[in-house]
Design a protein around this ligand. Structure first.
Ligand code: SAM
Ligand code: SF4
Length: 333
């Protein structure tokens, strides 16, 4: 890097030369599940409506990010399907110049109704989060009896052509991951496991009880033949052919084999803060300046400033690691 001052033009870079191309937008912090690794049984104090970006503000900021080189936008939350205007936001982002690819991460509840309208609005891809295929275990993990809704949502996503439908699972101890893989293979869903991270509001994460990449591979390998897929690029998932392919399974080892050096992500929270990392301790407020009349250039400068401060890695496991103040559900997973 020639100069160490914040760039005033060009793509969104940090001081380590990484370039952001993938924007995660949290459209709400509210949720209708209470996954134990994410939030407490009683839920969280939700953001007040006036604190949240309205549709015009959200679309304006996404337009700025796209002008700064973002080519993929993923809507998340909280549970993004709880934002009533989601379909409108997707449609409007799809109409932007240099239209980004658009993806959604959802728990799948309500997707039976919304998959087709989302596809019609221009959504390109979908990830549905599901950690178990036992409806009893689903209740224990999410504290809600909604397994059948998720099952219907997944089917509706496939019927709407949002294929390949991807399933994201947090690897949970006590769960045989090969049951979920068998279930997804039967239905043509592409499964990716992720290691549990210290992002829960209750701060109860414990590395010693976490199911690691190696635990996962051992358990899956006992039932399926796995062989590595080459060409990982900047994608966080390490992929394996199952029984020779073409079906694959992915493992995202965020904790035991972090991929921060190749990170291309930046995040926008539902209350208009830009964050350069899930684990960032700082964020930059875009909502306040925007409501005070900031120009596009001024907002773009704030986004660049935030990216410039991106740390080399999340530091989980290092002595100075501190969990971020916001839980995953308020950052946007
Ligand atoms: N509610 C939506 C959902 O569950 O897909 C979107 C938001 S959720 C925070 C996004 C993803 O983060 C989900 O796949 C969820 O399983 C994952 N997640 C939540 N807490 C996590 C944690 N502590 N470690 C790893 N992944 C987590
Ligand atoms: Fe809700 Fe998603 Fe968190 Fe589960 S992981 S409580 S579905 S935000």
């Amino acid at each position: 890097m020639e100069s160490m001052s914040v760039p005033t033009a060009g793509p969104l870079v940090d001081t380590f030369g990484r370039v952001a191309s993938d924007l995660r937008v949290s459209v709400t912090d509210r949720c209708n599940l209470r996954c134990t690794y994410c939030m407490p049984a009683e839920g969280l104090p939700w953001m007040a409506k006036p604190e949240m970006l309205d549709d015009d503000e959200m679309v304006r900021l996404i337009r700025l990010f796209v002008a700064l080189g973002i080519d993929q936008v993923r809507f998340t939350g909280g549970e993004p399907l709880l934002r009533r205007s989601l379909i409108d936001v997707v449609r409007r982002v799809g109409e932007l110049p240099n239209r980004p690819r658009m993806a959604l991460t959802t728990n799948g509840i309500g997707l039976d109704r919304l998959a087709q309208p989302l596809a019609d609005a221009g959504l390109d891809r979908i990830n549905v989060s599901l950690d178990t295929v036992s409806s009893q275990r689903f209740i224990e993990l999410t504290r809600r009896d909604r397994f059948a809704d998720v099952e219907r949502g997944l089917k509706a996503a496939a019927d709407a052509g949002l294929t390949p439908v991807k399933v994201n699972a947090v690897a949970m101890p006590g769960e045989d991951p090969s049951d979920l893989l068998a279930w997804c293979l039967d239905r043509g869903y592409e499964l990716r496991f992720i290691e549990q991270m210290p992002l829960d509001a209750q701060h109860s994460w414990d590395r010693s009880t976490m199911m690691s990449r190696q635990d996962l591979l051992d358990a899956l390998g006992a039932r399926f033949r796995l062989s590595p897929v080459e060409q990982r690029g900047s994608a966080p998932a390490e992929r394996f052919y199952v029984n020779g392919g073409p079906a694959t399974v992915g493992v995202i080892a965020s904790v035991t084999a972090p991929f921060c050096g190749a990170c291309d992500r930046v995040r926008l929270t539902a209350d208009g803060q830009v964050r350069n990392c899930l684990f960032a301790r700082d964020e930059n407020d875009l909502r306040g300046p925007m409501r005070a009349g900031a120009s596009d250039e001024e907002l773009a400068d704030l986004i660049r400033l935030n990216m410039w401060g991106k740390a080399p890695g999340h530091g989980i496991g290092t002595p100075n690691f501190q969990q971020p103040d916001r839980p995953m559900s308020a950052i946007g997973g």
